[in-house]
Design a protein around this ligand. Structure first.
Ligand code: SAH
Ligand code: SF4
Length: 346
């Protein structure tokens, strides 16, 4: 009959239809099934009373979903919730849910670990384990959607563990699944993909012409300093990365985001702000300033007045910028930290 399909949540509606047809089920059942999985976000089909019993029994045998299960959960005083999910092979990833007045944002992981080795990042320090497949990326949102009675997920940011553009095809498919109007129906405009600056993949993404937001992690105003904290800068230095960012913003007509983690005494002076402003002067962009979340004793966030001073210096140079309010500070806020503690990794 069929091979075992383990990733129902990772099938686009046309793929789901084809899979049912291939297995001699009527094609129209795919719409009902897609609705239960992607829109109702159920974690079992026992409620799916519009599906015939024989199809449900068959699905029990040949389909697996969702692709994550909860291992640990933390709730912050500010409403931020952090989930540690176990995957089928017992690897774990983190997902964060950030509620706000008007929005509910989910921050998803795209890889177990990360190969990029940024020195300030807990995920980077654990190295690369494996890519997540689209179902595993999507299931993080589905799980939270299903466990949250009141407010539906409105925004998704690919800013959890891993480098989404190093797992390009799976991340792209996840964007499409999140967007499907018969599924979660999240507008592309409410999705953000964050990258450490993989130049060829940024160029490829520009060709997709999706109105998502691209966020590029910059974190330093010159190559020398960027290379010390982000090894990827050796491969794609600023002279290559910034023109590609400029072209991305021009080609997609979307404002780009630059992320800049402020580290005390390293990249936080007013001179650094001016140098940064010069580097990005003609790019349609917004700078997100993030006081670094200290994952070890080498990194400390600047004081609040110093962060404000940096912001003012940038703004005076005509750069649009804001400080990203720290959320979930009491629950191991930075990506990779909850996992690090649970698994006892350094
Ligand atoms: N790999 C992608 C997306 C995941 S990291 C990227 O690097 O962009 C999401 C964001 O968190 C990135 O901007 C990353 O630089 C930032 N980040 C990681 N560790 C951090 C820390 N300890 N403090 C502040 N920001 C951090
Ligand atoms: Fe990977 Fe992003 Fe962490 Fe760098 S900051 S190690 S690219 S997850």
């Amino acid at each position: 009959m069929s091979n075992k399909v383990t990733h129902l949540a990772g099938l686009l509606s046309n793929e789901l239809r084809q899979w049912l047809l291939d297995n001699r089920w009527p094609g129209f059942r795919s719409q009902q099934l897609f609705h239960w999985v992607q829109n109702r976000a159920v974690t079992s089909l026992t409620e799916a009373s519009n599906l015939p019993q024989d199809l449900r029994a068959w699905l029990d045998e040949y389909a697996v979903f969702p692709s994550v299960s909860l291992r640990h959960y933390q709730s912050s005083q500010d409403g931020t919730k952090k989930y540690l999910f176990t995957l089928e092979d017992d690897q774990t990833v983190e997902t964060v849910m950030i509620p706000d007045a008007q929005r509910t944002t989910v921050c998803v992981s795209t890889q177990v670990g990360c190969a990029m080795g940024c020195t300030f990042c807990a995920t980077g320090q654990m190295g690369f384990r494996r890519h997540l497949n689209p179902a595993e990326i999507i299931s993080q949102v589905l799980y939270i959607q299903s466990s949250q009675q009141a407010s539906p997920v409105t925004h998704v940011v690919f800013m959890g563990m891993g480098e989404p553009l190093a797992n390009y095809e799976a991340s792209l498919k996840a964007l499409h699944l999140l967007h499907d109007p018969k599924g979660m129906n999240i507008s592309y405009r409410r999705m953000t993909v964050s990258t450490c600056g993989l130049v060829p993949e940024i160029q490829k993404l520009a060709l997709e012409k999706l109105p998502i937001t691209l966020a590029v992690s910059l974190h330093a105003p010159d190559d020398k300093r960027r290379s010390t904290i982000m090894p990827i800068n050796e491969r794609y230095p600023l002279a290559e990365l910034l023109p590609v960012c400029r072209a991305y913003a021009d080609d997609t007509s979307r404002r780009l985001t630059f992320e800049y983690a402020l580290v005390r005494g390293f990249n936080d002076s007013t001179m650094d702000a001016r140098q940064l402003a010069q580097q990005i002067a003609d790019i349609h962009c917004h700078v997100n300033l993030i006081p670094v979340n200290p994952v070890n004793e080498n990194y400390h966030a600047p004081s609040v007045p110093d962060v404000d001073m940096f912001l003012r210096a940038l703004t005076r140079c005509g750069v649009q910028a804001s400080i990203r309010r720290e959320r979930g500070a009491d629950i191991d806020g930075a990506c990779g930290q909850l996992r690090q503690r649970e698994e006892g990794e350094s």
